[in-house]
Design a protein around this ligand. Structure first.
Ligand code: RNT
Ligand code: ZN
Length: 418
């Protein structure tokens, strides 16, 4: 793009009462947490050749180059970071520890298994976020974990989550930015349950045991993630939205909203100003469901834009943790990160550049005609020029300039992984 496009764009926004410099400063200060699991199809490295098993989620596609070790994964992430403007965070799952070829039970993992990640993140001034892994494990094979009817199975998973919170705290302490540790469990029934109550009662008690140990919020923050259904849990999910909304509000936990975990016609954006009346914070799993919770790459689309608009309009950015959650094995996995992260940031920029003062003024004056006209016409303001300026200031390639690098990386690095 013409390097002189930004000054003109700045003026165009200024005429709509929008300060592009303020928007760029906020954008540069707001990280998007990159989910490590897009890089290896959610397999993890507990044992060589591990693949995603159970949990009601599925990765499809066999594009070459899936990371086979943490070293490969870190290398891929580093490469992706060079193509994503702004501050860096990586979101890890418990199955991505450096276990050195040994079997370490999930209830016995500790910060030592994540020392490599912490060191790596520190060297890059990146933050880390964390997730206990309640799938791809024999004790999750029947589809129940924290709500299991067998107390010893529940106890195992409680111990796993307790260990994960401590790992999150160690990450946050070392990196000087709190790790959000997010609990998502797959528990549910394929067919109609006879008892919907008891598993939910067990889950409340199990979560209370998980969160019993107080941890410093400067290092670690707890989040809980609901779901509508999964593969094999179509009829009943223990941790439904109502369940976790109640839990998060009563225990003051961060609520995670995953874009794929609601009925397709529900607006996740509309939930934000409701849940944040009562919950202390919001974790976003930006994703894209195609017909179902298919976890496609995030687009610069209306649902994602609407979510970030609500975060900005509500003044909720400081209480919101933006993360990605999708997994597509059918395309270059590094490009999947880059496309989704750049789109998330672009949606945030679009939200920051909304002529919100004008829109509110019209609304407050009862002039809904002007509000509609302003909202529609703001869509053709020169967003792209401001985005290019952001990429330039952050030393990241502009749109249409990063694909050749990915193609080289695929040819030289990814295709060699056979
Ligand atoms: C699953 C949840 C969960 C996972 C990751 C891997 O439906 O969205 O967030 O995608 O933990
Ligand atoms: Zn999710």
């Amino acid at each position: 793009m013409n390097p002189s496009a930004y000054p003109a764009a700045r003026e165009a926004y200024d005429a709509s009462g929008v300060d592009t410099e303020a928007a760029l400063a906020t954008l540069a200060a707001t990280p998007v947490s990159i989910h490590c699991w897009q890089g290896d199809d959610v397999g993890g490295f507990e044992r060589p050749g591990a693949t995603l098993e159970g949990g009601g989620i599925q990765v499809t596609g066999s594009h070459p180059g899936r990371a086979r070790t943490n070293d490969e994964l870190r290398r891929d992430l580093e490469f992706a970071f060079g193509l994503i403007p702004g501050r860096q965070r990586v979101n890890l799952h418990a199955i991505y520890g450096d276990f050195g070829g040994r079997t370490v039970e999930r209830n016995a993992i500790g910060p030592e298994h994540f020392a490599g990640w912490i060191e790596w993140a520190k060297a890059r001034r990146a933050g880390l976020d964390f997730n206990p892994t309640f799938f791809s494990h024999p004790l999750a094979a029947d589809g129940f974990t924290l709500s299991h009817r067998d107390a010893s199975v529940r106890q195992f998973w409680i111990e796993h989550a307790v260990a994960c919170r401590r790992i999150g705290a160690a990450m946050g302490r070392a990196l000087g930015t709190p790790a959000v540790t997010n609990v998502w469990i797959p528990d549910g029934h394929k067919d109609l349950p006879a008892d919907r109550r008891a598993p939910r009662e067990r889950l409340v008690a199990a979560l209370d045991a998980v969160f019993k140990e107080p941890l410093d919020p400067k290092h670690q923050l707890d989040a809980v993630e609901s779901k509508l259904f999964g593969i094999g849990s179509e009829s009943y999910v223990v941790g439904s939205h109502e369940f976790y909304l109640g839990y998060a509000v009563s225990r003051q936990k961060i609520i995670c909203l995953d874009m794929g975990h609601f009925h397709p016609t529900e607006s996740v954006a509309d939930k934000i100003s409701s849940v944040l009346q009562f919950a202390p914070g919001l974790l976003l799993h930006l994703s894209r469901g195609v017909r179902w919770d298919s976890d496609h790459v995030v687009l610069f689309d209306d649902p994602t834009r609407a979510i970030l608009e609500e975060v900005v309009r509500g003044g909720y950015l400081a209480r919101t943790h933006i993360g990605l959650d999708y997994f597509d094995g059918s395309i270059n996995r590094v490009a999947a990160w880059v496309i989704g992260a750049r789109n998330a940031l672009k949606c945030l920029l679009a939200a920051l550049l909304e002529p919100s003062a004008q829109l509110r003024q019209s609304e407050d004056a009862g002039d809904f005609t002007a509000r509609l006209a302003q909202a529609e016409e703001s869509k053709t303001l020169p967003l792209g020029a401001v985005w290019e300026e952001h990429c330039r200031r952050q030393n990241a390639p502009a749109d249409r300039a990063w694909m050749p690098a990915v193609q080289h990386y695929e040819r030289d690095v990814l295709r060699a992984r056979r």
